[in-house]
Ligand binder design. Structure first.
Ligand code: ZN
Length: 318
């Protein structure tokens, strides 16, 4: 029996849809019974983006057959990275949103609604924690470009200074759309953003042929148990794939120790080797290279404040 490798593009509840990327030719598959969940707190054994081994077995009776054969997933290949979502900050129950992501596009608008930097920073920390490269996308620039040119430049300097690309976009003027479309080619791209930031419009602008349902998943629906079918991979007509997510949440406490948070701020990690003390919390210690970098303007005070906020919040939950 020959074994083949495919990518999970949808969890359809009782079965999964697979495709041998880069081909887009979907077929259903079930999970071989003996595959067990490795971590009991994970609610889904297989996530969209997972690379799996499967084999065809003869089965004339099943409804999901291809010429009397049925695809059975026999093995989940090791994940390069994955994004987990917890139902609450303290919950042990977690759901894998996506696996093997090449780029996470974190979609925010500077205004309408106004971006909350500590919230964005928490998500960026989460991306670092899960090993997923991130790009920050500013939407709706047509609405505030003239009024807030300095604010846009300041925002760019904060995040480019931290090491993240920033792309300014407008679905009205078309700004930035071709750039993202080009960057998506040949990659699995996760788009994440809270409702109201214009994420759905952005995805539609990238590929107008995509199902209009995409992007309309409300975060409220994630609380229930029917979370399995919400995440889905779509092919982009310009090349590459998109996974739409209502929003990556900040990390839960099981994933990161307080002493480790600074390691997930790339600009802090770069200088922290020069701190006099190890470990250093970069708060009160003399000879702290991170604090010095903030004072010299090398590290944005906004990012440092987000870091302090995360330490505080961490204390609160412990
Ligand atoms: Zn330090």
């Amino acid at each position: 029996m020959s074994e083949q490798i495919a990518t999970v593009v949808k969890n359809a509840g009782s079965h999964y849809l697979l495709s041998e990327l880069p081909q887009w030719d979907l077929f259903p598959a079930t999970l071989r019974g003996k595959i067990r969940l490795k971590a009991s707190e994970i609610t889904n054994p297989i996530a969209v983006g997972d690379s799996v081994r499967y084999e065809w077995v003869a089965d004339g009776a099943a409804s999901d057959t291809h010429d009397g054969r049925r695809a059975v997933i026999t093995e989940i290949l090791p994940r390069r990275n994955y994004v987990i979502r917890r139902s609450t900050n303290l919950s042990r129950q977690a759901h894998i949103i996506a696996a093997n992501v090449d780029m996470a596009y974190l979609v925010v608008s500077l205004y309408f609604p106004e971006v909350k930097l500590p919230f964005l920073d928490r998500i960026l920390v989460t991306c670092e924690l899960y090993g997923i490269p991130a790009t920050v996308v500013l939407t709706k620039t047509d609405m505030y470009r003239e009024l807030a040119a300095e604010e846009i430049a300041h925002f760019r300097s904060i995040y480019e200074g931290a090491g993240y690309p920033v792309i300014e976009t407008s679905v009205v003027t078309g700004e930035g759309i071709a750039e993202i479309r080009e960057a998506c080619r040949g990659r699995v791209n996760l788009f994440s953003g809270e409702s109201g930031v214009g994420k759905s419009s952005l995805i539609k602008a990238l590929d107008p042929s995509l199902d209009p349902k995409i992007g309309n998943i409300s975060a409220a629906h994630l609380q229930g148990k029917h979370t399995t079918s919400l995440y889905e991979m779509y092919p982009l007509s310009g090349g590459g794939y998109v996974i739409d997510s209502p929003g990556i949440r900040g990390f839960g406490l099981v994933d990161v120790e307080k002493e480790e948070i600074a390691r997930y701020f790339p600009e802090m990690l770069r200088v922290s080797a020069d701190c006099r003390f190890t470990p250093c919390t970069h708060t009160h210690e003399p000879g702290c290279a991170v604090k010095a970098a903030v004072e010299e303007g090398i590290i944005a005070p906004e990012r440092y404040n987000s870091y302090l906020g995360m330490l505080e919040e961490d204390k609160k939950f412990r």
